[in-house]
Design a protein around this ligand. Sequence first.
Ligand SMILES: Cc1ncc(COP(=O)(O)O)c(C=O)c1O
Length: 454
Amino acid sequence: MSWLNDKTTELLSRVEQAKSLKVYPYFRPMENVGPRIKIGEKSCLNYASNDYLGLSQSRALIDAAIEGTRRYGTGLGSARPQATSIRHEELERRLARWLGYPACAVFTTGYQAIVGTLQTFLDDDTTVVLDKLNHASIMDGMLLAQGQHPDMEVRFFKHNDVAHLDKTLAGASHSKKMVVVEGLYSVDGDLAPLADMMEVVRKHGAVIMLDDAHGLGALGPTGRGVAEMNGLTREVDLLIGTFSKSFGAVGGFVCADASLINYLKLSARSFVFSASLPLAQVEAAMAALDIIESDYSLVHKLQSNGNYFREALLSLGFNIGQSSTHITPIFLNEEELTMKFGAYLYHGANIQMMPFVAPSVPKGKERLRCNVTAAHSHSDMGYTLEALSEIGKMLGVLPSSAKTSSSFMERAYWFLGHEIRGTRNAGLPFLKHEAMELGKKAVEKITGKKSDPA
Ligand SMILES: Cc1ncc(COP(=O)(O)O)c(C=O)c1O
């Protein structure tokens, strides 16, 4: 045992305690992926996925990934400077064209795209101005740049506060300034006021990097994200996207002017010193783009599911903060209550919704993070709202008079449908599990000995 083990003690003992109370919600091993997942003997509705259009389960993407692997194998054996395929270049051309930019660089993850871009462009004579609630990847990119350039200035402004952004930019000590924001905030579900921010950015002669990981493929009339919603397509200097949300795959990208992209491809450490995106993912992302570009029906379904669910939560009396999207947090503002609510949903109603507590979110802002997707049916959402309403009342979050607007018949249909789909969806593994349980019980009865719980 060394100090390495000592370091783990406090956190891991909290985890053990949470497990013993059956409220530990992380690393539950799933046997499939989608809006309904099998975990152990449970078949759960899943609201913890960023696969917003449900594309990861689409035949088109799966076939494309298989074909990519068949043609190129499982990996490229090196990083992009030595391992760029014609299909990487085709994907970059198509992403750039889709978003109206001259050029694009595809990275192996969105995280790497962000870290690499910040590390490339920030310098000793730059001020970087960050929204306080920016994603960890933005913070890490800033820290990496700061480690290399100790005179770089870092300033934060209050979340989505344009006046404070203005003031923060005015106080910058360097003339080269970069503002970094997200388009759609992933644990709050609210949107950056991009049009107003853009005015302030330009007024101060700054540049802007927009991480629209959650907005691209999900928001805007044609799925081109928060910039499209604001009529600012192509106006953002550095636009970041990922394949790990609406694209149903893995990978990340940056769109910008050609010279910026060419420079980035030679300078971003996460691009130059990390393995090239495998062709299975390149082809899956290309197939996702085929769908997203030509058929807006999934994007519109996502948006209408989000609107339905949000409005129903509000009319039940839940606090969803500033959410105006398919990410609908349920603010409970207390750690124990949030963990308990998540556990009741999971154990009592077979619903997986992630509790977010400190340090992931500020203390006092604890919430359940609920992601509605285009793959959820009306019946899935109806059942979930009933469960939320009942548990909300049981835990004193909602008044006892709270109820959904659904009829008795709808409720009966939803509950029955949940049970039937749960059993059917679980399929063979579920039946196998049940048979083994029965077998174990029979052995216990005959021998009088308890079998190994594992
Ligand atoms: C806002 C935001 N930016 C960037 C990323 C990183 O994307 P990726 O999963 O492709 O690494 C995430 C992923 O969680 C995210 O939520």
